[in-house]
Write a protein that binds this ligand. Structure first.
Ligand code: COA
Length: 249
């Protein structure tokens, strides 16, 4: 079986490519663990100046693997998904995302913690947590209302409405929207390699300064959301929605 996470090093850039095309790059516990480990190593490797997270030119990720949600749901902050997201939050190096096709659930949430986000104009982003009987995760209940205002954030988080890459760029969720998946991936790589030309320590200090004011608050919200999310995963509402998805496929 091919590796579900491909690691590629190009000068000072480490690329983490989601590679599970038959399941739309849905993220399993093993994939979160690999991502967490790679981010941790990049964070401590003086040769790495930036990390790029991407899927293919057709699909970023369909979010958490739904079978995993049923069979091995995350139970606490020691679960692989929390390891991954906390490494992302703690990463001192710039993290860039390149998004094409579907970016569902955590596929959208993780973008809120990346430094630069390049999307295809027709990428399809969505956070259908409520629709699945769940609730927002990893700081999105704090970050999205601040970014978009309560009314727009409610449309995305309470109704679970989808939106395009173009809208993501208009609303400040993404840095730039490009004409195709290939163009988004190429721009993300080009911009990520720029960090090789910049003074690394100045970049790190600047990122730290931008993140510092909200750091503790975001951690606290993530813990609150995480406790509710893990409870919700065992709720009749969520089990009905998740098993419904499995039965339809
Ligand atoms: N977990 C596990 N498997 C998933 C998955 C997920 N989150 N998303 C897609 N897959 C699988 C499907 O079961 C299907 O597998 P199969 O061919 O063995 O039946 C395969 O990926 C292709 O999915 P399909 O729905 O046919 O592709 P599509 O192009 O029509 O739609 C999506 C793509 C992403 C819009 C759709 O798959 C989807 O909505 N997925 C669920 C997203 C979700 O709710 N994620 C959790 C958020 S918390």
């Amino acid at each position: 079986m091919p590796e579900a996470i491909l690691l590629h090093r190009e000068r000072g850039l480490l690329t983490l490519r989601l590679n599970r095309p038959d399941k739309k790059n849905a993220l399993t516990r093993a994939m979160y663990s690999q991502l967490a480990e790679a981010l941790k190593q990049a964070n401590h490797d003086p040769e790495i100046n930036a990390v790029l997270i991407t899927g293919s030119a057709e699909c970023f990720t369909a979010g958490n693997d739904i079978a995993d949600f049923i069979q091995q749901p995350p139970s606490d902050l020691d679960s692989p998904v929390f390891h991954f997201m906390l490494e992302l939050l703690e990463c001192r190096k710039p993290v860039i995302a390149a998004v094409a096709g579907a970016a569902v659930g955590i596929g959208t949430t993780m973008l809120l913690h990346c430094d630069l986000v390049y999307v295809a104009r027709d990428a399809r982003l969505r956070m259908p947590f409520v629709n699945l009987g769940l609730c927002p995760e990893f700081g999105s209940s704090l970050i999205l209302p601040r970014l978009l205002g309560q009314a727009k954030a409610s449309e995305l988080l309470l109704l679970g409405e989808g939106f395009t890459g173009e809208q993501a760029a208009q609303w400040g969720i993404a840095t730039e929207a490009l004409g195709s998946g290939e163009a988004a991936l190429a721009r993300a790589r080009e911009m990520a390699l720029r960090f090789d030309e910049l003074p690394a320590e100045a970049v790190r200090i600047s990122k730290q300064l931008m993140r510092a004011p909200d750091r503790e608050l975001i951690r606290k919200v993530i813990e609150e959301e995480g406790a509710l999310f893990t409870q919700r995963l065992r709720s009749p509402e969520a089990l009905a929605a998740l098993t419904g998805f499995i039965k339809r496929h």
